[in-house]
Design a protein. Structure first.
Length: 380
């Protein structure tokens, strides 16, 4: 059991609605504002680690580095875990998450893989990864519940709302610890995957375009000055960086798409559709569709500044899905990416290593196939 009946996979509409209403307040403005110190602490670890190897010669693969900081942030902000996953190479959690994700992806794209004896070892690794992550969640939840029973002050984070949700459900039946773990794993995966990929693709594009990169550096310098801390009010001032991240999501959405269900019989685009037909909607195709976007394959953050943006429908770009089941943590992901990339570009000059391409590795989520290998030099 991996995601089980978590927020992303719950099929019972009534239970899902209760879940969503319970978690929504965690992502309101004030709560996100309170998370800024944790975002900055993890970013400090990330920057200090890279400073030790930023000699302009050593090649650094940035995809795993972004994955580590994204995992570190979700551990601290969502679950109150005292970890340093950016630097701690002995912690088994990052590898367990990777093995778990690979197992989930194979179960979707290769459902009969378990019949292949040569795949059995990777399947075992996936099961071990799932067990480790869920066991980690079990320990974290038990520690928090014990603190609550002792009357200790606890943060109003995602973990607290997972426990509160079970308190509501206990009014109609016994608590289900496995469902709490389902929510733990769901937020764990979503918080890591979407943000890490967004930061990696954004760096890949801006490292390949000096003019855009220096424009962003100038904006960051103007907003932050010499300050090594991003405040909540700084986020809205970094408008060009926000557009660069938005353009990144247009070209490289967090997920390839989503599946919708037709609500009634009718004709759509000349095709007869029946009630309950499943419709696959591709955010990747829509984001690159030439009828919606001028020079659709070009990375151009300025497109969100011009008249083209005013005339464009909201439904031409949906990197976090659409409707009531759109990604609950999309603003969380945007803030984290802004904080990390602002500090990164403030601190380092970046140059892509030879051979880097913009080829996409497609699984449940997208990521750069070549790893975004860079050479970093500290700005003076």
């Amino acid at each position: 059991r991996c995601l089980g009946q978590g927020l992303a996979t719950e099929c019972d509409e009534k239970r899902w609605s209760l879940d969503r209403k319970t978690f929504n307040p965690v992502f309101h403005r004030q709560c996100l504002k309170d998370m800024m110190s944790a975002f900055n602490r993890s970013t400090d670890l990330f920057i200090n680690k890279l400073l030790k190897i930023s000699d302009g010669q050593q090649e650094i693969m940035m995809v795993p580095e972004f994955s580590k900081i994204a995992l570190d942030v979700i551990c601290k902000v969502a679950f109150g875990m005292d970890v340093d996953l950016v630097n701690d190479t002995t912690n088994q959690l990052p590898d367990a998450v990777i093995n778990m994700m690979q197992g989930v992806e194979k179960s979707i794209y290769k459902p009969f893989e378990w019949l292949n004896p040569f795949a059995w070892q990777s399947i075992k690794n996936a099961h071990r990864g799932i067990d480790f992550v869920r066991e980690t969640g079990k320990k974290v939840i038990e520690v928090r519940m014990l603190a609550m029973n002792h009357g200790e002050q606890v943060p109003n984070d995602i973990l607290q709302n997972i426990i509160a949700l079970q308190g509501k459900l206990m009014q109609t039946g016994p608590t289900d610890f496995e469902r709490m773990l389902d929510h733990f794993v769901t937020f764990f995966i979503a918080g890591k995957q979407t943000t890490a990929s967004q930061m990696a693709f954004c760096l890949l594009e801006i490292a390949d375009n000096e003019e855009i990169r220096e424009t962003l550096v100038d904006e960051i310098s103007r907003v932050l000055g010499d300050r090594k801390y991003v405040e909540f009010d700084d986020l809205a001032k970094m408008h060009k960086l926000g557009n660069a991240l938005k353009e990144t999501l247009r070209l490289y959405p967090s997920a390839p798409g989503f599946i919708g269900c037709e609500v009634g019989d009718g004709v759509r685009e000349g095709d007869l559709q029946f009630s309950n037909d499943m419709i696959n909607v591709s955010s990747y195709v829509s984001g690159r569709f030439p009828e919606f976007w001028v020079n659709a394959e070009d990375f151009n953050p300025m497109r969100f500044e011009d008249d083209e943006q005013v005339a464009r429908s909201h439904f031409t770009m949906f990197p976090f899905s659409l409707g009531p089941r759109s990604c609950i943590g999309q603003h969380f992901a945007k803030i984290e990416a802004k904080v990390v990339l602002a500090r990164f570009l403030q601190t380092f000059k970046v140059k892509l290593a030879p051979g880097q391409t913009k080829t996409i590795a497609e699984n449940m989520t997208y990521k750069p196939r070549d790893g975004v290998v860079c050479r970093l030099t500290r700005r003076t």
